[in-house]
Design a protein around this ligand. Structure first.
Ligand code: AMP
Ligand code: ZN
Length: 138
């Protein structure tokens, strides 16, 4: 399933050119046009899934396999020291393109990037209330 109006459908399926690092029948990995660091890439499924909620189970595994393969290859070639894998779901989470994608962000010792959050300080009671909300009792 592709969506005519979806830019990532069109890139993933080769209708719009991209700097492609990898391609197979189901996925394309491209360089991000607004990279956080040198080599920042995106894994795009060729089929249209809006986000993680819509991504089929088997694709979840395939995407993570591909992420590992690319991270190992890119680490060897780029000489980065680490990686962030980022996947935003929904506008409130920072998703701007509504076609599932996984960010592969190489990290370098002095890259001055900030892929962080401000840690909260929940007490044990609050953590337990959250755990129960998610898992039910007990
Ligand atoms: P997100 O905010 O998680 O939806 O990420 C969207 C990402 O797609 C951003 O990092 C953009 O820089 C990147 N992006 C948007 N349009 C293009 C494009 N045409 N080619 C490559 N990357 C793009
Ligand atoms: Zn799409």
């Amino acid at each position: 399933m592709k969506e005519e109006a979806c830019i990532f459908c069109r890139i993933a399926n080769g209708e719009i050119p991209s700097k492609t690092l990898y391609e197979d029948e189901k996925y394309r990995v491209i360089l991000d046009l607004g990279p956080a660091t040198r080599g920042h890439a995106l894994i795009l499924p060729k089929d249209h899934y809006k986000n993680l909620y819509e991504l089929p189970e088997d694709a979840c595994g395939e995407v993570m396999h591909l992420a590992k393969k690319m991270a190992v290859r890119m680490t060897g070639k780029l000489g980065c020291s680490g990686f962030n894998l980022v996947q935003n779901n929904g506008e409130c989470a920072g998703q701007t393109v509504m076609h599932f994608h996984l960010h592969l962000i190489p990290r370098y010792e002095d890259d001055h990037q900030n892929i962080n959050w401000v840690p909260g300080k929940p007490g044990q009671e609050e953590l337990e209330e959250i755990r129960k909300t998610i898992c039910g009792q007990p």
